[in-house]
Design a protein around this ligand. Structure first.
Ligand SMILES: [Zn+2]
Ligand SMILES: [Zn+2]
Length: 269
């Protein structure tokens, strides 16, 4: 499976998954025109996308969802709570699921995992392809509970929120109510919390940790990368740590070659 982050942050999020020519988008937090441009930058036509899964109803995740799904015939999936909380989704042709459900697509399945965030029924996504490749997309959460950490086992690629540096948040421009919301149990993961999650789920085959949803005001790519790299230092992780930007497409991020999977591919050929 290959992964591109089409952009990530408080002004929009979208992550593209691809396996054997089948494509699924997670979140469409950009207007349809901007999504089209970002996909064109990696030579992907909008019509080639099979489905869109929305993680929660905040604008930076859902902004272009209805228009894009309608324009390009994407199957649109969202949790029941997300649909209830976002009126335009209620009027769209959306397939609902309960947090915890697994969604089947032509060459991959997406498991949804309930996460704590100030939204109605937000989820993280764990995609597994038909040769065992696994990608986690984990952002917009106040903390990572034990069930989520268990679900993040044996990943090849982890897209993980590293929203803020705690010192920069304290010293930053936000009023105390906003600051408390961001740092709260239903807010966003700090660099320190991201480092803790990364350390917990790291293993030798984890190829990429892609930090996401970095705050413009209260974070910095090099700070986030170094905090998470320090967290990973005592583990057997030998992959790369990246910080994905708001305004550019990054990827593809791909699994390391694993012996069992190569043999399975050979057999199928
Ligand atoms: Zn967000
Ligand atoms: Zn959110």
């Amino acid at each position: 499976m290959r992964v591109w982050v089409l952009g990530t942050g408080s002004r929009g999020n979208a992550v593209l998954l691809e396996h054997r020519g089948s494509r699924v988008l997670v979140d469409a937090g950009f207007h349809a025109k901007a999504l089209e441009q970002r996909l064109a930058a990696i030579d992907v036509s909008c019509e080639s996308i099979e489905a869109l899964v929305v993680t929660h109803e905040h604008h930076d995740h859902v902004r272009g969802a209805c228009a894009a799904a309608r324009a390009w015939g994407w199957a649109l999936h969202a949790s029941c709570g997300t649909v209830q909380a976002y009126p335009s989704l209620r009027d769209a042709d959306v397939r609902t699921f309960d947090a915890g459900a697994t969604l089947q697509f032509s060459s991959m399945e997406l498991q949804s995992v309930s996460i704590p965030h100030d939204a109605e029924e937000p989820v993280a996504i764990i995609a597994t392809d038909d040769i065992g490749g696994r990608v986690g997309i984990v952002y917009d959460l106040g903390y990572a509970n034990a069930a989520l950490r268990r679900a993040l086992g044996d990943l090849d690629v982890l897209v993980l929120e590293a929203n803020h540096d705690e010192g920069m948040l304290r010293a930053g421009p936000y009023p105390p109510t906003v600051r408390d919301r961001i740092a709260g149990r239903r807010g966003h993961l700090s660099n320190r919390a991201a480092a803790d999650v990364a350390r917990d789920v790291a293993h030798p085959s984890l190829a990429h940790v892609v930090l996401a949803h970095l705050s413009d005001q209260c974070n910095d790519a090099s700070l986030a990368r170094s905090a998470v790299s320090r967290g990973l230092a005592p583990t057997r992780f030998t992959g790369a740590v990246h910080a994905a930007p708001q305004d550019a497409v990054v990827g593809p991020f791909e699994p390391k070659v694993r012996r069992g999977r190569v043999e399975q591919l050979r057999l199928e050929l």
